[in-house]
Write a protein that binds this ligand. Structure first.
Ligand SMILES: [Cu+2]
Length: 174
C-alpha cells in the first residue's frame, strides 16, 4: 500500500514538472536563446505584384555575439514562402530554394536583394498591392522565431527564372 502511494506521488510530481516546462517553452517572453529575437531588419520591402510570385528584400543584421542560422521563413500572405538564392544558369541567372538556409555571422548581415538572395513568395492567391504591409516570420534553429514586417513597393527587375521544385519552367516576369 505504502509503495503504491509513493509511486503515485512521484508520478504526479513529474507531470507537474512536464507541464511547467512546456509552458515556459511556449511563452515568447521566456525564450532565452542567446540571440532570441535579436536580428534587425533595415530597408525591408516587398515587391508589389499582380502575379502569383513576389519577393521580400532588405538587410538583416545580427548585432549579437553568436552566429545565427536562418533556417526558414513562413508568411501570412498565403501560398509558399521560401528562402531563395540566385545562381548563374539558363540564359542568365536562375533562382532556387536555399535549403540549408543562411548563416548570419555575429556582427554581420544578410543582404536580400533582387537578383540575389531573397525571401520568395510563391503561389499567392491574391495580388500584393503597393503599400500593403506584409509580415514574415523568420525561423532560426533552436526553434527561435522573429517576425518582420515590410511594406510593398513597385519595382521592375530582378525577374530571374525559378528552377527546381514544382515551379520548374515557371517564368516569373522575364
Ligand atoms: Cu525566388
Amino acid at each position: 500500500m505504502r509503495t503504491y502511494t509513493r509511486t503515485a506521488l512521484v508520478a504526479a510530481g513529474a507531470f507537474v514538472l512536464a507541464l511547467t516546462t512546456a509552458c515556459s517553452t511556449n511563452d515568447p517572453d521566456t525564450i532565452t536563446g542567446a540571440n532570441a529575437g535579436a536580428v534587425v531588419l533595415e530597408d525591408g520591402w516587398a515587391k508589389a505584384t499582380d502575379t502569383d510570385m513576389s519577393g521580400v528584400f532588405g538587410t538583416i543584421r545580427n548585432p549579437g555575439e553568436s552566429d545565427l542560422h536562418l533556417t526558414g521563413v513562413s508568411g501570412e500572405v498565403g501560398g509558399t514562402t521560401e528562402l531563395h538564392e540566385t545562381v548563374p544558369g539558363g540564359s542568365g541567372s536562375m533562382m532556387r530554394e536555399k535549403e540549408d538556409g543562411f548563416v548570419i555571422p555575429a556582427g554581420g548581415e544578410l543582404v536580400l536583394e533582387p537578383g540575389g538572395n531573397h525571401i520568395m513568395l510563391m503561389d499567392l492567391d491574391q495580388p500584393i498591392t503597393t503599400g500593403q504591409q506584409i509580415t514574415i516570420t523568420l525561423l532560426f534553429d533552436d526553434a527561435v522565431e522573429q517576425d518582420i514586417t515590410v511594406s510593398a513597393r513597385d519595382f521592375q527587375g530582378g525577374e530571374e527564372e525559378y528552377i527546381g521544385g514544382t515551379h520548374e519552367g515557371t517564368n516569373h516576369g522575364g
